[in-house]
Write a protein that binds this ligand. Structure first.
Ligand code: NAP
Length: 158
């Protein structure tokens, strides 16, 4: 997210930071049995050639009953998605967007929030929810790319 908690502008992420994408891919892929859960709108923004996200089980949340998407499973609520994910042995990552982040942050099983904090204002229209009830407990790295300084932070409840 950017300096103002922005995560999207004009329907997409307004930055392209290969270092951040690498961090995201490594963290969420793990040893290959992890699950990524995302909102239907986020799924729609991923270019077809990149979805489903490889080496991860993809679950899409939508209110549309019977929705089918190629390469992913669908669930009509976060709880149902988590129930489906429980048959995998790996970690479960909720990867956006704003609506699904908001549901996840309120969920009792949310143990960590990994945030890439970019020190720039991109004039976004979609924002990450306020991290009330969480504190930044670890900085996993800092870097600069394309003139943008950013860091990887982990927030935990408390
Ligand atoms: N910067 C980042 O890290 C980041 C990460 C991810 C996404 N994004 C951006 O975020 C934007 C999308 O975010 P968004 O908040 O608009 O959409 P979203 O959270 O990706 O998806 C919203 C959709 O999820 C479904 N949904 C929401 N609440 C639900 C509930 N309680 N039960 C069942 N289904 C539910 C609905 O799908 P249906 O309409 O099908 O019912 C809804 O339209 C995109 O522009 C994307 O590029 C940024």
């Amino acid at each position: 997210m950017d300096r103002k908690n922005g995560i999207a502008r004009d329907g997409d992420m307004p930055w392209h930071l290969p270092g951040d994408l690498k961090f995201f891919a490594k963290l969420t892929s793990g040893s290959g049995d992890n699950v990524v859960i995302m909102g239907r709108k986020t799924w729609d923004t991923i270019p077809k050639r990149y979805r489903p996200l490889p080496r991860r089980r993809n679950i899409v949340i939508s209110r549309q009953p019977g929705l089918m998407v190629e390469g992913a499973e669908c669930a009509t609520s976060l709880d149902l998605a988590l129930e489906m994910a429980s048959s995998s042995t790996g970690s479960v990552f909720v990867i956006g967007g704003a609506q699904i982040y908001a549901l996840a942050l309120e969920h009792p099983s949310c143990g960590s929030v990994y945030v890439t904090e970019i020190n720039h204002d991109f004039g976004c229209q979609v924002f990450f929810p306020l991290l009330n009830g969480f504190s930044c407990t670890e900085i996993l790295g800092e870097q600069e790319e394309k003139g943008l300084a950013y860091r990887f932070a982990r927030w935990t409840p408390g």
